[in-house]
Design a protein around this ligand. Structure first.
Ligand code: PBG
Length: 329
């Protein structure tokens, strides 16, 4: 009686495959990163991120309305800051009328129900291109955490629903949580970039914001003293657990595709939602190969997004959000 069990039975037609499919990506899964720049009428394509743009505030307003109509209900904001406004302490980040603060208000005015998350780190504001304050060749931890807490309060005052610290300083989640509580922002959430690796996949993003570490004496050339070593796995669990203990509402693993073992591990360990950031370099690779006709763009995109969700992601931050919704037809 060979063979009684035939696993192929569950693959015989598209309908049965639909019925038994375990993982389905939907627009609800997405957090849409947006890059904001000064000016008017600006929609500049980022050279290393085809079909992704830096938007001035008027264009941001149009964009979020379009996202909302597509069923994309959450955005993650980043700003490109003029070089003249950058300094070592990221002072401009605290400007109540700074670009980020205006961007938050623009989104909330255009689309009050859109969930607004903001990136919290010093690099777009730092004259050295680091996520923290630089002193004698080091990145200062506790001093940076204090600035990040002030920055978080400023974003909350402007109307952000969640702050997303992406800096990897120790103890910053607790510092931020306490500052938000002290100022009465008890409902402002924290999505912590908990297992954020020092990755070469961030290259296009640093082009987008002109935020790469500068090449200067006594300034670290990379972010390896704060972002994690990509060889490490147990450390990711420790980082994530600490962020939860300090008050993170959502934790994140970043980048995505090369780190899906970490995503699964963390999903199995913790009880809070797990976000995954499919980063700029991952997006750029698919776009470049598709432009050359070497890969089927939509098929590869869907396979990657599904793999991220299958690994355990509850939230996917991805530059493919709109492409994905369009691909649904
Ligand atoms: C800044 C930040 C980075 C990204 C998100 N927030 C860059 C970095 O850490 O150097 C990368 C996102 C991407 O590559 O898409 N702290």
């Amino acid at each position: 009686m060979y063979p009684l069990i035939r696993t192929r039975r569950l693959r015989t037609s598209a309908s049965i495959r639909r019925l038994v499919r375990e993982t389905i990506v939907t627009p609800d899964d997405f957090l849409v990163p947006l890059f904001v720049t000064e000016g008017k009428g600006i929609r500049e394509e980022i050279p290393s991120m085809p079909n992704y743009f830096r938007l001035s505030l008027d264009q941001l307003e149009k964009e979020v309305k379009e996202l909302w109509n597509m069923g994309l209900c959450s955005v993650l904001l980043f700003v490109k800051v003029d070089d003249k406004l950058k300094d070592n302490k990221g002072t401009e980040a605290l400007n109540p009328n700074g670009l980020m603060q205006r961007a938050i208000k623009t989104v909330k005015n255009a689309c009050p129900q859109m969930l607004v998350m903001t990136d919290v780190a010093l690099d777009p504001f730092s004259s050295y291109g680091h996520d923290g304050i630089v002193a004698e060749g080091q990145i200062l931890n506790d001093e940076t955490a204090e600035v990040l807490a002030e920055m978080s309060v400023s974003h909350a005052q402007a109307g952000a629903d969640f702050v997303a610290p992406s800096d990897m300083m120790d103890g910053r989640i607790l510092t931020i949580r306490e500052a938000l509580e002290d100022e009465g922002f008890t409902n402002t959430g924290i999505m912590a970039y908990s297992a954020k690796y020092a990755s070469a996949f961030y290259g296009p993003f640093r082009d987008a914001l002109d935020s790469a570490p500068v090449d200067m004496a006594n300034v670290p050339k990379d972010k390896k003293t704060y972002q994690m070593d990509y060889a490490n796995r147990y450390e990711a669990i420790r980082e994530t657990q600490l962020d939860i203990d300090e008050g993170a509402d959502i934790v994140m693993v970043k980048p995505g595709l090369c780190y899906l073992d970490i995503v699964r591990e963390i999903r199995n360990e913790v009880d809070v939602p797990v976000a995954v950031y499919q980063v700029s370099g991952e997006y750029a690779m698919v776009k470049a190969a598709a432009e050359k006709g070497w890969l089927d763009h939509d098929a590869v995109m869907l396979e990657q997004l599904t793999a991220i969700k299958r690994a355990g992601a509850n939230i996917i931050a991805s530059y493919f959000a709109k492409d994905f919704v369009r691909s649904l037809g």
